[in-house]
Ligand binder design. Structure first.
Ligand code: SAH
Length: 354
């Protein structure tokens, strides 16, 4: 389906206002393919991101601290049933050392991400967060550690974590059930997001683009859900198969659809923090640049110890070298500069009001 530029202009204007688009308009936008129309959409999203965040691209140091996981998501390479993964778990000291290395490189946000590893108790993680908070008091601590009781979230917030990333994965319950085993619950994931928001975290939701069984209608649900949740951050990236999972032979999500969705999300959530993800960089060598030029404004280079990076295999061929590596900051700065933006090392809070 091809949208005339004039019709598109109207849709883009509407996206920027508080009212949400009608289903039919969203459907047209999601199916639109003409290069001129896409460029118009991306340019509109760039304008909005520059209005709020200027030319800055925020960077976050990502520490993948454990690849043990009690869950069994069909898409994920570190799922419990994958016996081919070499499991690792960083010690408290190793994690603090990663932060120290990141701090020396100029990073002022640390994202601690992991599988849902029950080895770390609520208290362990609170102690770790408190220590990072004490040692690097001018840094933001983001957790991305999955679904826990409200009490645990409260405890980590009090210890000094101020942001939490928990993608909703899909806003359609029927679709959720096709991506996860029965032991996992759609309602609980939503409960977690609501709790996190109420506690006062800056919250990041999001989903995979092109995950198996996903329809355009499902994506429309995702867009409506984000509008309702009003998260501070939105993480989206293409689904990529991992060969040792039940979805190992499924086809990957689309680069263009992902970039298009980044632009749509920027227009609907002008002040949101929007990463150009590793998955986007993995699907195409210039994927992250395309994302940044369509409204994304965050990058999350890898700060994990080099010897474990290859083991956090959410999907095949996951980038972890080159500009993906936190230690290559200068190379990354050059790349960003080439597309007219600048690296911003500061904490970079979301402008979305709590
Ligand atoms: N345990 C944490 C972190 C999960 S990994 C949590 O539950 O939030 C971070 C994100 O990677 C997931 O939310 C998922 O959206 C994404 N991911 C997992 N497997 C993937 C795959 N095969 N392709 C693309 N993204 C994937």
């Amino acid at each position: 389906m091809n949208l005339e530029i004039s019709g598109l202009r109207e849709i883009v204007d509407e996206l920027c206002t508080t009212t949400c688009l009608e289903r039919e308009q969203l459907r047209q936008l999601l199916l639109m393919e003409s290069p001129e129309a896409l460029e118009y959409l991306y340019a509109s999203a760039r304008r909005v991101r520059e209005q709020w965040y200027g030319k800055k691209v925020y960077v976050r140091g990502l520490i993948e601290f454990t690849n043990y996981c009690r869950n069994d998501c069909y898409y994920c390479g570190i799922r419990r049933s994958n016996s081919r993964v070499e499991r690792y778990r960083l010690t408290h000291k190793e994690i603090v050392d990663c932060c120290r290395a990141g701090y020396m490189l100029g990073y002022r946000t640390f994202v601690l991400q992991g599988g849902e590893d029950g080895h770390y108790t609520k208290e362990d993680l609170a102690e770790l967060v408190a220590e990072i908070h004490r040692l690097f008091s001018d840094c933001a601590i983001t957790l991305s550690f999955g679904e826990w009781e409200r009490e645990a979230y409260e405890c980590w917030y009090e210890a000094g974590a101020s942001r939490y990333l928990l993608r909703h994965e899909t806003a359609s319950q029927a679709h959720y059930e096709k991506l996860h085993p029965k032991s996992m619950s759609f309602a609980n994931r939503r409960r977690c997001l609501e709790d996190l928001k109420e506690i006062g975290y800056q919250v990041g939701a999001g989903f995979m683009v092109g995950s198996p069984f996903q329809t355009v209608e499902d994506i429309i649900e995702d867009i409506y859900y984000l509008k309702e949740l009003k998260p501070h951050m939105v993480g989206i990236g293409p689904f990529l198969p991992q060969k040792d999972t039940p979805f190992g032979k499924e086809k990957p999500g689309s680069l263009i659809m992902t970039v298009k969705l980044l632009a749509i999300i920027r227009l609907m959530h002008p002040k949101v923090l929007l990463p150009a993800t590793t998955a986007l960089g993995t699907i195409s060598s210039n994927g992250r640049e395309l994302g940044l030029l369509a409204g994304a404004n965050v990058l999350m280079p890898n700060l994990s110890p080099k010897d474990v990076r290859k083991q956090y295999t959410l999907y095949d061929n996951k980038l972890c070298t080159g500009t993906e590596a936190a230690e290559h900051r200068e190379r990354l700065a050059d790349k960003i500069h080439q597309i007219g933006y600048e690296l911003a090392m500061e904490k970079g809070d979301s402008l979305v009001e709590l």
